[in-house]
Design a protein around this ligand. Structure first.
Ligand code: MLC
Ligand code: AMP
Length: 503
């Protein structure tokens, strides 16, 4: 037996003293240093009693140590479960409970809030702070810098990534060693990454894009990363001259284009700009080319599937499309109701199948069964069409989802919070266009008869329950919600009505 992910992405870097991570303060982390940190963490985790297959929740700021914690989990066969640092304690409690996590690692500033929850759910609690200090690194310090890598089968879980469900509750997408590895290998080839690449990394590392697409690809080739703690326009402009490639959500590109320092000279040496996680406007694609001479390479993926399609590296990168199915991945457009395959040019639901597609939702066999066809295709909930040249276009979503700055927001989750407020009869949450985030959240509220609503109190209650990025930017009182003959709220009608709120 072996550990395919560790063997392929990490093992070969042992002893390499070249830089893996360039940090904002000028420091560097070598490959060897990174591997040693991971090994020490792996000892600390197993000393605490964690065994292969256990889940570790990490709600930590982006840092080299946070990334090493991921590598430690891979090496020790522990399932890595990263969480958005913006999640509130009530959101976090659900993830800890649902996953049955054996350990929670979080910033020391959250200890007072999280440690009691961890204790009540019989999970260990350790700290890891943005500067790399904390109880976990303290324990790791004294540990050996080599760790006997734990055997894992190709089908064993490597990560559990929660993705919000239409029912308002998140589901854990079970990602296997093969899911992650197959996608990393395909992307390395497709995007022609090599050890000479320096990737500008400003994405969070708690999602597929920053953790798997960016990091796994760079580990697979032994390239390095300029590892910024978060998106920061000044830091990006400073770093671009040293990078060969960048990956970002569309907001990265619109923000860069809004800055006059972002000029052709700054990036003419660069090899590749990748965009994904949300639709890149064709207009942004064109503006970017005009300004820099580069064509952004847009690709399409999901938490459940990693990357499915990509524009080509060498051939035409077509604005407004997400390119072709990646090698080894089957993609079809079907009639959502009947499952019947549609022809070229027809709009339908996108379904995918391949080694990249996840194993199912954690402890939700029924939900998993609902999302797969009997021939193994996964129903993405995205609507698309394939043009005569084979390029896939995403034209909409068959799921009630808002994507704001690359973060997914499920309206149902917010509606449940709004509906629970005193005096609220019902609510509908929609996404409206937003210049910076692509879409943003608006809540429409119908009061109970003869009730006067306190919108400020409602906003305060949502702030306590939900991460900042999910909170409606505006709450609007309405007398009623438009419904179709089946009684279903017509969100398309609402989206049209509130299309130009200019938030
Ligand atoms: C931050 N805020 C957001 C937000 N991010 N609000 C809505 N949507 C977001 N995405 C809030 C902040 O809390 C802040 O609130 C205010 O908005 C302005 O903050 P900011 O400083 O402008 O935000 P910033 O920190 O710059 O973050 C914006 C961002 C970031 C776009 C850089 O959200 C980001 O890195 N997004 C990437 C998401 C990602 O990696 N997605 C991949 C998912 S994987 P206030 O009021 O306190 O000021 C996936 C699969 C695939 O989808 O295909 O890749
Ligand atoms: P997530 O669940 O966070 O992984 O988000 C996945 C969703 O993001 C997909 O189902 C799509 O709706 C959307 N998405 C990802 N990449 C793109 C893209 N390039 N264009 C349009 N939508 C995208």
């Amino acid at each position: 037996m072996a550990n395919p992910l560790y063997d392929r992405l990490l093992a070969s870097h042992a002893g390499k003293t070249t830089p893996f991570l360039y940090l904002q303060d000028g420091q560097e982390v070598t490959f060897d240093g990174f591997l040693k940190q991971a090994a020490r963490f792996a000892h600390a985790l197993t000393n605490a009693g964690l065994v292969p297959g256990d889940r570790l929740v990490a709600q930590v700021q982006k840092s080299p140590e946070a990334l090493a914690l991921y590598a430690a989990c891979v090496q020790a066969g522990i399932v890595f479960l990263p969480l958005n640092t913006a999640y509130t304690v009530s959101e976090l409690t659900y993830f800890i409970d649902d996953s049955g996590a054996a350990m929670i690692v979080a910033d020391a500033s959250s200890e007072a809030a999280i440690a009691p929850i961890a204790a009540s759910l019989k999970a260990h609690f350790e700290t890891l702070n943005a500067d790399g200090t904390g109880s976990l690194p303290d324990q790791a310090k004294t540990m050996s810098a080599t760790f006997p890598t734990v055997d894992r089968a190709a089908d064993d879980l490597a990560a559990l990534l929660y993705t919000s469900g239409t029912t308002g509750r998140s589901k854990g997408a079970m990602l296997t060693q093969t899911n992650l590895l197959s996608n990393a290998d395909v992307l390395v080839d497709y995007w022609q990454f090599s050890a000479d690449d320096v990737l500008l990394h400003a994405l969070p590392i708690f999602h597929t894009h920053g953790l798997f697409v960016a990091t796994n690809v760079m580990l697979a080739v032994g390239g390095s990363m300029i590892f910024l703690p978060k998106f920061d326009l000044d830091a990006l402009i400073d770093s671009l001259p040293r990078a060969t490639a960048m990956m970002g959500v569309p907001t990265f590109y619109t923000r860069l284009l809004d800055d006059t320092r972002f000029a052709r000279k700054l990036v003419e040496h660069m090899r590749l700009f990748v965009s994904g996680s949300a639709p890149l406007l064709a207009e942004t694609h064109r503006q970017f080319e005009q300004r820099t001479g580069h064509r952004i390479l847009e690709r399409y993926g999901m938490t459940e599937t990693n990357m499915n399609t990509s524009n080509p590296y060498d051939a035409e990168r077509r604005a407004g499309t997400v390119g072709f199915p990646l090698p080894g991945i089957d993609l079809r457009i079907v009639d959502a109701e009947t499952g019947r395959a549609l022809g070229q040019g027809d709009v339908g639901q996108i379904e995918v199948r391949g080694p990249n597609v996840f194993k199912g939702y954690w402890r939700m066999p029924e939900k998993t069964a609902e999302e797969f066809r009997s021939d193994g295709f996964f129903i993405t909930g995205d609507l698309g069409t394939i043009d005569k040249d084979g390029y896939v276009h995403i034209v909409g979503r068959n799921k009630d989802l808002i994507i704001s700055g690359g973060y997914n927001i499920y309206p149902k989750e917010i509606e449940l919070v709004l509906d629970a407020q005193p005096g609220v009869l019902e609510s509908a949450v929609i996404g409206v266009p937003h210049a910076d985030f692509g879409e943003t959240v608006v809540g429409l509220i119908v009061p109970k008869a003869d009730e006067t609503l306190d919108l400020e109190a409602i906003a305060t209650a949502t702030a306590q329950a939900l991460a900042k990025f999910k909170q409606p930017r505006r709450l609007i009182l309405v007398d009623e919600l438009p419904r179709n003959a089946m009684g279903k709220v017509q969100k398309n009608v609402l989206r049209e009505a509130y299309n130009d709120l200019s938030l």
